[in-house]
Design a protein around this ligand. Structure first.
Ligand code: ZN
Ligand code: ZN
Length: 179
């Protein structure tokens, strides 16, 4: 996920469009079932006043377990971004290709001629994880009593709970069978 900065410098002040597909594995994201998923990054980049401006969005199609009924559920994650990357110079630049450095407050940086968005995208993706996944807004989930998927069938736990007469009859029937 690299941008060659001299290409942007040639067109200083212009926003150059990019569309890139990167696998989550190549971003170093280690989530179960995510290795093959691709992130589509659509953005514009520009070299302005000695720094690189990047704005656009990324999107990933994923599947995960519904947190209520555990069904495999497809969902998409997307995030808009507008960021400014500052070149690291001198000794700091020799330290490596760190995209993020903290100098009091967090500053996004790049070293040399290449701006690598990998680390930035990795963190952005990890922060965008949903707290819970739902197969649909009104998913009724699994019954905690019998484990039945309440989206597919009515469970009987509730019937028994609200009809004590039925329970009495069943108890009588059980007794008879025992005798
Ligand atoms: Zn569900
Ligand atoms: Zn039940």
């Amino acid at each position: 996920m690299k941008i060659f900065v001299p290409d942007l410098e040639k067109h200083e002040g212009e926003f150059i469009p990019f569309i890139r597909q990167v696998s989550l594995a190549s971003l170093g994201v280690d989530l179960p079932g995510c290795d093959q998923s691709c992130m589509t990054v659509t953005f514009h980049a520009s070299y302005v006043a000695g720094r690189v401006l990047v704005r656009g969005q990324w999107q990933v199609e994923l599947t995960g377990e519904c947190s209520r009924c555990l069904a495999q559920t497809a969902f998409s994650l997307t995030e808009q971004f507008t960021e400014e990357f500052i070149p690291l110079r001198g000794a700091a630049a020799e330290g490596g290709e760190n995209t993020v450095a903290s100098e009091g407050e967090e500053t996004l940086v790049y070293a040399g001629e290449v701006l690598d968005l990998k680390e930035y995208l990795r963190q952005s993706f990890l922060m965008a994880q949903p707290l819970k996944i739902l197969c649909r807004e009104d998913c009724r989930g699994l019954c905690p009593g019998c484990g039945v998927d309440r989206n597919r069938e009515e469970c009987r736990c509730r019937e028994e709970a609200i009809d004590p007469r039925l329970r009495v009859l069943m108890a009588l029937k059980d007794k008879k069978q025992l005798q």
